[in-house]
Design a protein around this ligand. Structure first.
Ligand code: PHE
Length: 449
């Protein structure tokens, strides 16, 4: 059954796909500025601890449920259930997960469309088509819709091709390109005047700020979003893994790549901001905080590029290309969640499912664009702040409390016969049973207050 429904061909392919899902806009633009405004290297330490103690165990829960069932979240959670109410809760959680994944994609595609537009605008500038470049960097409704539709088109095209020819092939091509582009940009930016001031802000630890309780919770939320948890994405990718893979190891690799790229992005974004400051661009808000989020990406950095002449156009091209790739390897993993379910549980053909669901999500994005002020922030908050942790909570409960311990061990043994003797098996089962759910509840309670 497993091979009929698609499977990653190698460990490399899986790690590229799962790391591709994890590495996204969250890493490259969210993490560095959060670190800068919240204690620099101290935030980094907190983030690392949180990523390995909470996000990694939760990632393992999803991967192992998926690999065991070789099915989507709805079927997988139903299979693990022992009673009718458990089946109902499991199935419903899977369904909510696919709605949340689709909603995340609906706002993600908008932002990714902006990235693509800025990337093509740099090409247009190089080609001397200045009025086109101007149109592409202006936030008109037409440009926004066109960018979103183009980005959704790419996402659908990859998902329509399936696991090996679509997800694995494109992730394995794009992830090395992403890493190389990022490295080139880091090296270049570090040679510019002002870059060292940025490095100092990024790397000087201020433990007073980083240990504030609300900040720890913020880091938790960021780690959850960054590892694509709580929507069934990692579960479905795990379901395409073959039984010979050593799950704790591949999960560790994915976590490591995700964190590594976030940290590396800090060596680009922070120095770039201080280069901008050096070139006369404003990088602080009226309140004295570093400018972050969309203003950083679409105002501060473009002003920096503009102040650099022709070199700036090339750097801008590389930067927005990097952002577009990071977004694309994440967006395909979001679309795969509802598509896999529709294909497996309703017998729809993959191409048709990808197209139809992609079109529906595109419509949702258009609705958000038409009511941007009210809907955008709302959808982001409902999906990332509330739904992801809560669904992640249910995954942990299913692994920790509903699944029998010996069956769990059997699943892990498939790819690692010695697993019972290692540290992972000594810690993880009770960690995911007790510690993870409690911490997730704490995040949730905090965000409600
Ligand atoms: N991890 C992605 C990022 O950092 C976002 C994502 C969330 C992807 C949920 C898939 C599912 O941008």
């Amino acid at each position: 059954m497993a091979s009929a429904r698609g499977e990653f061909s190698s460990r490399f392919g899986f790690v590229m796909a799962a790391a591709g899902s994890a590495v996204g806009l969250g890493n490259i633009w969210g993490f560095p500025t959060q670190a800068a405004s919240n204690g620099g290297a101290a935030f980094l330490v907190v983030y690392l601890i949180v990523a390995f103690t909470l996000a990694y165990p939760a990632l393992m829960a999803e991967l192992i449920i998926g690999r065991h069932a070789h099915a989507n979240a709805v079927t997988a959670l139903r299979q693990l259930s022992n009673t009718a109410p458990q089946r109902l809760i499991g199935g419903t959680t899977g369904l909510i997960g696919l709605v949340v994944a689709s909603l995340i994609l609906s706002f993600y595609a908008i932002v990714a469309g902006w990235m693509m537009a800025f990337c093509i605008a740099s090409l247009a500038t190089l080609a001397g088509a200045d009025s086109l470049a101007l149109w592409l960097t202006d936030f008109s409704l037409e440009r926004n819709i066109l960018g979103m539709v183009a980005f959704m088109g790419l996402t659908v095209a990859i998902i329509a091709r399936g696991v090996q020819d679509g997800i694995e092939r494109w992730s394995s091509r794009l992830m090395p390109v992403l890493l190389l582009t990022l490295l080139l940009l880091v090296v270049y930016v570090l040679t510019l005047d002002g870059a060292m001031d940025g490095l100092r802000v990024y790397l000087l630890p201020d433990f007073g700020r980083a240990l504030a309780p609300d900040l720890i919770l913020k880091a938790l939320g960021a780690a959850f979003f960054s590892l694509s948890l709580g929507v069934g994405t990692m579960l479905i990718y795990g379901s395409y893994l073959d039984d010979r893979q050593n799950l704790p190891l591949v999960g560790g690799l994915v976590t490591g790549v995700d964190i590594g790229i976030a940290v590396l992005a800090g060596f680009l974004v922070l120095p770039a901001m201080y280069v901008a400051l050096h070139n006369g661009v404003e990088i602080f808000t009226a309140g004295g905080e570093l400018i972050s989020e969309d203003t950083l990406i679409f105002t501060v950095l473009p002003s920096l590029f503009a102040s650099m002449g022709i070199a700036g156009v090339v750097v801008s091209l590389f930067f927005f290309f990097l952002m577009s790739i990071a977004a694309l390897t994440s967006s395909i993993s979001m679309l795969e969640v509802p598509v896999a379910y529709t294909v497996e549980n309703h017998g729809v053909r993959r191409k048709q499912a990808a197209l139809a669901i992609g079109a529906c999500i595109g419509l949702a994005s258009t609705l958000i664009l038409l009511n941007f002020e009210t809907l955008f922030g709302l959808v982001v908050a409902v999906t990332t702040r509330y739904s992801q942790p809560l669904i992640g909570f249910v995954f942990c409960i299913y692994v920790g409390w509903i699944w029998h311990r010996d069956q769990l061990l059997q699943e892990l043994r498939k790819g690692n016969p010695e697993v019972a003797r290692g540290l992972f098996w000594k810690i993880w089962p009770w960690w995911v049973r007790v510690v993870c759910p409690l911490i997730i509840l704490a995040i949730f309670a905090q965000s409600l207050l």
